[in-house]
Design a protein around this ligand. Sequence first.
Ligand code: 5AD
Ligand code: SF4
Length: 449
Amino acid sequence: MIEILEKLSETFSKRQSPPLVFLHSFGCRQNVSDGESTVGLLVKAGCGVTDTPDNADIIIYNTCAVRENAEKHVYGVLGELTHIKERNPDVIIGVCGCMVKQKHVAEFIKKTYRHVDFLFGNNAETLPDILLEILDKRTFMMNINEPDIIPEREFIQRKSKIFADVPIMYGCNNFCTYCIVPYVRGRERSRSPHDIIEEIKALSKDNIKEIMLLGQNANSYSSDNVDFAELLLKINDIDGDFRVRFMSPHPKDMGSDVLQAIAQSEKICKHIHLPLQSGSNRILEAMNRRYTKEKFLETADKARSLMPGLSISTDIIVGFPNETAEDFEDTLDVVKTIGFTNIFTFIYSKRSGTKAAEIIDLTPKDEKTARMTRLLSLQNEISTKIMADFVGKTVKVLIEEQKDGILFGKSEHSIGVKTPGDPGEVGTFKDVKITGAKRSELYGEIVNS
Ligand code: 5AD
Ligand code: SF4
């Protein structure tokens, strides 16, 4: 890698000024993290970074394929780039990420958006070679058949001085029938515990305050005889004043050992994002989720008995093909029973190549929208009550920013909290006594300093 970066740097050094790169990532945290690696490599090769495509020499859009809307949005953005290319024909435009890993999409972009110069997938290390070729020959380049590797993480360009994402595993073996991820991100592979721990030790030394462990199935982590529960315990033992989150675990792998590890590790936030997807056993089976409504409720119960006050958030898909009114009632029932702090809701989106895309879906679109409205209104009630229950309690908040005398940060439950304070508090933990609550935000006063 170093060798190719040196070659790239030599090519760049022939220019009058270092090339500026603009990269934008759509989609999940893993995708954003891949983007940080891509920019990191280019910076290592001598590029500068810009936050607008207008003055960039290299423009990269790192795309998401999880839903059709995300893809449509990218097509819109790519269309607009024709103006930039007309103004500056030397600009190099690339598209990468999950969307491009689908062969039919890559071919479509190549054919339709002639101003796009290169395509690659999810692996930043593919890019330097591609760029060298383009700079040399000025031809279209495409490499979307990357092997399932564990990328090196030597050069990462992080935006935040407070938060850092640390991938622990890549890919997915689960093949949920609605999901494109296993097709685009390949099979599961876990980083070595040694590499993960060294990266976190370095982040702790750099005064990073919150670390997000990333994995498409974080809790099926397994490497060098270390499983996810053991990894959490090892991370908890690292010196430093930081807290740890992880996303996303799969309910089927959320065993007692993982829950125990979270419970006994003071650095691990007492907040679990546990994707439910549906509360109906019939739909869960059609989704190939490999747990039942009862099992999910039992896991949540177990977690809460070990960790009173634990907050749980979730993802829910509304309108999976042929979801009936009765199936949907089961989802509402789980939402009511568990009392999620927060839910992320999605209307099912057909992804070509997945198992579910073959099902002939008879549920009308209006019906799906109506179900979504009901779900959101139920969750509004639940969130409002959960938030009101915080009034009078003290929560530990990591302060992220200050504006007009007001500090903003998040509690370990991932709830936004506002409190008066000075800019010097940004990047520190503060105990905040909650005095007021809205549906999605808490207000209070700092009680320690
Ligand atoms: N349609 C709608 N939502 C989806 N998700 C994944 N695939 C689809 C799809 N085809 C949702 C799931 C997942 C979240 C990241 O995106 O809820 O947990
Ligand atoms: Fe992330 Fe999935 Fe979107 Fe890829 S398709 S960016 S893995 S959410």
